[in-house]
Design a protein around this ligand. Structure first.
Ligand code: ZN
Length: 349
């Protein structure tokens, strides 16, 4: 019995020393085999030897061997827990290790909105031709938005410029044209300006209409300003924006504040006029992008500019709609939904 006790005590020390050293799954498995292996494991051999123990000592010897077996099993479980924890921590450490050779992660700091970029492109073309930029209020009086621009009350053209009213006499401007009146009231010709800004209409939203959109318009008032200047300037602008080879045509139209008036079409850059089912031009091969005309003499009289001495011309275009056409976008709402996947396609890096 003393022999057995000494043997178990020796094995206990060996196990403790080995268990202390075991640091990974492989050494754990070796330790398990050494002690619990089916053929030559120390514990297995102890059970074999129990057969030779005299009957009177069997009970006590069996208790000692079983206790040692439990001690080994508990010890192995503890080592296993420690090995797993070590592996988990080292995985984490590997994942978070800084690799200085990797390219840096870019921080997104934002960028101008695509409509702002497009507006700036238009502005730059006109600034290059000597135009100045003017701006005005988005809430206007009926006088500036309509009456001074030759839309008397009950004029039928007011129907297509219906808007939201703040009070009877205060409304959200339907176009940037009231700024023409505000500028002409203050400055004497020569006047050569462009007016960008937000405008409002009573519209049901659809792919090409929204109750709020962006416009830019231009005004020239000077002695001897003619339709030829208007035509030459707009043709230069359109070629600067869409390329030298773009085809342009002027088509008679009506606006209360210009006479004569013309709408300006450019050839459809989406289908080139070759697709009868083109959604952009409706198969006509032309896309209207501008309204224009000679300033109605009555409008000049309204701001005390003598139409006998001066003449003027004006034009206007929708920034959103022209940008849609230029970029091939079929939904105007994309501009206002703030979807970064959309916005990042335009200059935002
Ligand atoms: Zn087309």
């Amino acid at each position: 019995m003393a022999d057995l006790k000494d043997r178990i005590e020796g094995l206990r020390k060996t196990f403790e020393a080995e268990a202390f050293k075991a640091g990974d799954a492989k050494s754990l498995e070796e330790l398990r085999t050494t002690f619990l292996g089916r053929k030559k494991g120390h514990v297995t051999l102890l059970f074999e030897d129990l057969k030779a123990v005299p009957v009177e000592d069997k009970r006590e010897a069996g208790r000692l061997v079983n206790a040692f077996k439990t001690f080994v099993q508990d010890g192995l479980a503890a080592v296993e827990g420690r090995v797993e924890e070590t592996a988990r921590v080292s995985d984490k450490a590997t994942a978070s290790r800084l690799d200085l050779t990797l390219p840096g992660r870019k921080i997104y700091v934002g960028a101008p909105h695509p409509l702002v970029l497009f507006q700036q492109e238009i502005e730059n073309i006109f600034l290059g031709m000597g135009f100045a930029i003017e701006e005005g209020p988005e809430i206007e009086t009926d006088y500036y938005n309509f009456e001074a621009l030759n839309f008397p009350p009950h004029h039928p053209a007011r129907d297509s410029w219906d808007t939201l009213y703040i009070k009877d006499d205060l409304l959200l401007r339907t176009h940037t044209s009231p700024v023409q009146i505000r500028v002409m009231e203050k400055k004497k010709p020569p006047i050569r300006i462009i007016i960008p800004g937000r405008v409002f209409r009573r519209e049901t939203p659809d792919p090409t209409h929204l109750p709020m959109f962006m416009q830019i318009e231009g005004l020239v008032v000077d002695r001897g300003a003619t339709f030829a200047h208007l035509k030459g300037t707009l043709e230069y602008f359109i070629r600067a924006l869409f390329g030298e080879k773009i085809k342009v045509r002027f088509r008679p139209s009506f606006f209360p504040f210009t006479e004569p008036s013309a709408e300006v079409d450019i050839e459809c850059i989406v289908c080139g006029g070759k697709d009868e089912s083109c959604r952009v031009c409706g198969g006509t091969g032309w896309k209207e992008i501008l309204g224009s005309g000679m300033v109605n003499p009555q409008v000049l009289k309204n701001v005390n500019i003598d139409p006998e001495e001066y003449s003027g011309w004006a034009f206007g275009l929708g920034i959103d709609r022209t940008a849609m056409f230029a970029y091939g976008i079929t939904e105007m709402r994309h501009f206002y939904e703030n979807d970064l996947r959309f916005l990042r396609q335009f200059g935002a890096k």
